[in-house]
Design a protein around this ligand. Sequence first.
Ligand code: HEM
Length: 407
Amino acid sequence: MKSTEGSLDHDHHRRRSAAMSKCFSRSSTSQIEHLVHLNAQKLCDKVLARQNSAPFAIVQAYSCFTGDIISHYCFGDSDCYLEQDDWEPNFRMLVDNFERNLHIFRHIPGLATLVERVPLTLTNLFSTEMKTIATNFKKSDGSITWSVGKVPTILSAILSSNVPPPEKTLRRLTGEAVSLMGGGTESTSATLVLLTFHLLSNPNRHKRLHDEISAITTDPLQLPDWKALEKLNFFSAVIQECLRLLPGVSGRSPWIATHEDLIYEGKLFSSADSLAPSLTYTIPRGFPVSISTCILHTNETIFPNAKDFVLDRWLDENGNINRELERYLLSFSKGSRQCIGRQLALCEVYVCAAAMILRVFPFLELYQTSRIDVDYDHDELIGKPSSRSNGMRVQVVDRSREPEMKT
Ligand code: HEM
């Protein structure tokens, strides 16, 4: 496995992760925030230009936004999905294909190794998206000087790190780039889709959020920075609830503690019941352990009415974010294998959602879309809606009319 994510051995994983982790800290993310703002505004312009055109799948639009940012940060040059006439092709199409077939790879050991052996030149013949990655490599020519402002790109950070030469080959870096592009494209756009649905289907909610963001914004084309947006309580509650309902990785990722036994201490039935008998399990080192984020996120004891979009659960009596509940939110996983792109994802969601809420949502309507088109139905690595769904579609209404902001 060529990516950090696919490294089985924990020490190997740690070394690979360390080579690029500085690119994903909160302060590095702030340094590329201008890219996020730029692309969020480009996305709004492109959606608004669809006035009176045919309805379209908003997930493709958001994937162009996320794909442009992560490709720019990886290679120093974006894939320019937002600049093409339509929303497709984009990297999500490749990811989606991969996810639909993932179960086959899980059940046929060795298939992944076989696929890995296919020469890149052959892969490029069949996949436009893989070809884009190859072209990006050629453009950057393996150079370690590519940068976004003063921030090194992710690949240049790996190339300039002290990992040994086999970690810097074209093949290994292609594997890493595919993992970064995949991770950086889909989960974030899926979160934005869910947020769009729950705001467009509830005008009161949209109005409240519009007012909250407007109160700290003088010009929707010059949004406040991500750290200021994060301080908005209602906005944060909306994002937390979206993350809860669309847990990043819906399947179980099996992890193995190699050096220590795991001691599990809990209560039978319910941790809230003080009379429930206590129990202790010891899971010997070497055994795979996994947890289902979906099951945790829909636990009725922790999240009552778990299937519903309930914002009050995230707000305390003073309207501040309920930090206590956050520890049960496992969207980005925890520990050494947690999502490396967490800060970037949050920055993208806050900035993009703020731009869309202020500039686009007043002119956007759902088109033949209901909860079946967004609700979790099955696992394809990330949670997907029912295969009977046509996807969440929207259309831009006549912008000459006064935007409707019902109370
Ligand atoms: C809302 C958006 C996102 C969610 C919910 C999410 C969720 C997750 C989760 C749950 C994992 C752990 C996977 C596992 O246990 O097997 C993960 C890993 C990862 N994510 Fe994200 N992610 C998001 C956005 C991003 C972004 C923007 C990037 C940008 C590069 C990214 C890159 C990665 C990578 C590279 C890994 C593998 C990390 C490792 O194994 O060390 N993700 N993500």
